[in-house]
Ligand binder design. Sequence first.
Ligand code: NDP
Ligand SMILES: CCCCCCCCC/C=C/C=O
Length: 329
Amino acid sequence: MVLAKVWKLKSHFVGFPKSSDFLLEEEELPAIKDGELLLEAEFLSVDPYMRPYSVMNMKEGDVMIGSQVAKVVESKVAEFHVGSFVVSHAGWRSHSISTGDSLQALPSTWPTELPRSLALGVLGMPGLTAYFGLLEICGPARGETLLVNAAAGAVGMLVGQIGKIKGCRVVGFAGSDPKVELLKELGFDSALNYRSVSSLDAALAQAAPGGYDCFFDNVGGDFLCAALPHMKHRGRVSVCGGISMYNDVTSQKLTFPQLTLIFKELKVEGFMVTRWQHRRDEGIAALAAWVKEGKLQYRETVTEGFSAMPDAFMGLLRGDNVGKAVVRA
Ligand SMILES: NC(=O)C1=CN([C@@H]2O[C@H](COP(=O)(O)OP(=O)(O)OC[C@H]3O[C@@H](n4cnc5c(N)ncnc54)[C@H](OP(=O)(O)O)[C@@H]3O)[C@@H](O)[C@H]2O)C=CC1
Ligand SMILES: CCCCCCCCC/C=C/C=O
């Protein structure tokens, strides 16, 4: 008999999440049956989408949604061997029972020098988000200027580096001076702290006096409104996220950008990374090759202990993380 620890949504978040919104429970798991396997979480992901998802798709008492890298500890499914690792979407659970459906096996050839947590980061959902969201929607060309915000986070850090690989001039905005320094180390041509610039408008203009061809937006709200007038004619905007709005209690009042969109003939397109699920292998192969060649660097912020899941999640929303935020169970 296995006692699983499970984090549940105790109360719907109102504004910024609080520790008291989460509930840690224990659940007895039954013995596995034929066609089932028992998983033990090794690394769990915390991601911004969990905040809007909780509003749209969860009720109080539900297990928090999420992905994890897990070890197969018992198996009655031929394709999954005990001791192998998978990415599972079991939510915030220390142990879970699965039929194997929708599990992604980590290759047995996973390089020992790469932590398995990368399957939740550069070699997982955030990597694919950066890869397809930038290349398919912005279509950056050599010599073009690319703008990205939340640039020191899991997705943004990769977007900027992929922009450099594609020959762009890259401008990144992040929320602290150490993050800005890191972006410069990673090869960003210009990096700015959006919290300390006296005017976002002036900073955007100064960083790219000729304007931006591509904008990968992770933040939305005021940043999006400030950036659109700095786009070049026929610029492309990839609307990936709106983290500045996820904790809003009342909707932000924004100035409609119709005239900018029309006269600049901008393409502004939202996306879900799941759009390219059928091209997952292609994306992971490209990202892995760049990591191996040293062209794509990754960073992780690892929080220790399953009991710290809510802290890691709240830290992510506050901007405590550099690169991908994960929890080691
Ligand atoms: N469309 C899709 O399919 C997907 C969308 N996303 C979206 O991509 C974005 C980035 O996700 P991810 O890389 O995983 O997360 P990050 O690792 O970038 O973490 C979130 C970061 O957002 C920044 N942030 C928080 N609040 C604000 C704010 N008010 N204004 C500006 N920045 C803020 C913080 O960095 P800082 O210190 O710089 O403020 C924080 O570190 C999110 O919006 C997410 O929802 C992610 C995956 C898939
Ligand atoms: C628990 C499984 C979820 C994996 C899919 C995640 C899709 C993320 C899309 C993000 C949107 C905005 O942040």
